[in-house]
Design a protein around this ligand. Structure first.
Ligand code: BGC
Length: 339
């Protein structure tokens, strides 16, 4: 009896506090927070840019937790191994994730992974590595990808790598000597590429040079090597080219900043000076590279907006959790970074 009386009293007080007694009071306990489980598969933790991206993704999800909703985020490391990542996706499906955010190890495996995620009726946000359309012979096409177009709960969030390449080339074209340090009428360059299967690497390689030739500048490719996005590879490739081509080498284009950091070390070791006898370009705008651009030890970089991309990915994931209709593609702009 006493218990019942205090419960009634508490309910009356609650009703009085919350709504002035205007509507029907309820003694029911407050609803528990709604919990969502989010599985995030990153191609490889050991990647400067994707580390910033995943940390921002996690903290942005955390910032959205309220008394009513809680996002449990599980992030796994694909270790740049497609089999490992495929197993991780199987686990996410078994664990009944409510949404999956996927940074593919290999875009050529997109179909297989998307098919099983869609079959499990889990919405999917693809990030950073854009899967491409391909023809019957498996050749990639410059068109939107059917795995995204045909599945209303699958989308891609990323940045158009053509823009980043173009910005790199434009930074060189806008220099007083247009990159032609020795005045022989052409820009002799070294290209250090990321993972060749990755469209970011392909487009940056192509469009950086296209921006120069579009500006009427003659170019000469001294060497084009694959550095797989890694700093140590950038250093080795730049070191070899500096030894082989010496003063003939005028510009080093790197598909990302990690490799540009490596190239910068090789440039210093070779006794060369950025801005005086060589130019160096990257993409991502890692903090240390923005600092280098400001102090002149790097010619320029391009902001690959990990904050904009990760927030967009999370916002779209939340929209999917709320059953909202989403777009196929979400694009975040690159930004030129020069002194
Ligand atoms: C970034 C690279 C990164 C790669 C990973 C690119 O967009 O510029 O730094 O290694 O994504 O897929």
């Amino acid at each position: 009896m006493k218990k019942l009386f205090s419960a009634l009293l508490a309910a009356a007080m609650l009703a009085g506090c919350s709504n002035g007694g205007a509507s029907t009071p309820s003694a029911a306990p407050a609803d528990e927070a709604k919990e969502y489980n989010i599985g995030v598969a990153i191609y490889q933790f050991d990647d400067n840019f994707m580390t910033l991206y995943r940390e921002e993704l996690k903290s942005y999800f955390e910032s959205l937790n309220t008394d009513d909703v809680k996002y449990n985020v599980t992030i796994v490391d694909g270790k740049n191994d497609m089999n490992e990542q495929s197993n991780q996706i199987d686990n996410f499906i078994t664990q009944g994730m409510d949404v999956i955010i996927l940074n593919l190890v290999q875009t050529s495996s997109a179909d297989a992974l998307i098919d099983k995620i869609v079959a499990a009726e889990i919405p999917l946000v693809l990030i950073n590595r854009e899967p491409l359309a391909y023809d019957a012979d498996g050749n990639t096409l410059d068109e939107a990808y059917e795995g995204i177009l045909n599945n209303p709960t699958v989308c891609y969030v990323g940045a158009d790598a053509r823009q980043s390449g173009t910005y790199q080339g434009e930074i060189v074209a806008e220099l007083p000597d247009h990159g032609d340090i020795n005045g022989d009428g052409k820009v002799a360059y070294l290209m250090i590429e990321g993972d060749p299967e990755n469209i970011d690497a392909q487009y940056r390689t192509e469009f950086s040079i296209k921006a120069l030739t579009d500006a009427g500048i003659e170019v000469e490719c001294l060497d084009d090597q694959i550095g797989n996005w890694a700093q140590a590879n950038g250093e080795t490739i730049a070191k070899n080219a500096l030894t082989q081509y010496g003063e003939d080498l005028e510009v080093i284009f790197c598909n990302n900043d990690a490799m540009a950091l490596g190239a910068a070390a090789a440039i210093t070791a070779a006794g060369r000076t950025v801005g005086e006898d060589i130019y160096l370009l990257g993409v991502d705008a890692l903090d240390e590279c923005v600092e280098m651009v400001n102090n002149g030890t790097m010619t320029g970089t391009v902001l690959n907006d990990h904050i904009g991309q990760s927030h967009t990915a999370v916002d779209v994931a939340v929209a999917l959790l709320n059953g909202e209709t989403i777009k196929d593609y979400y694009w975040v702009d690159y930004v030129k970074v020069t002194k």
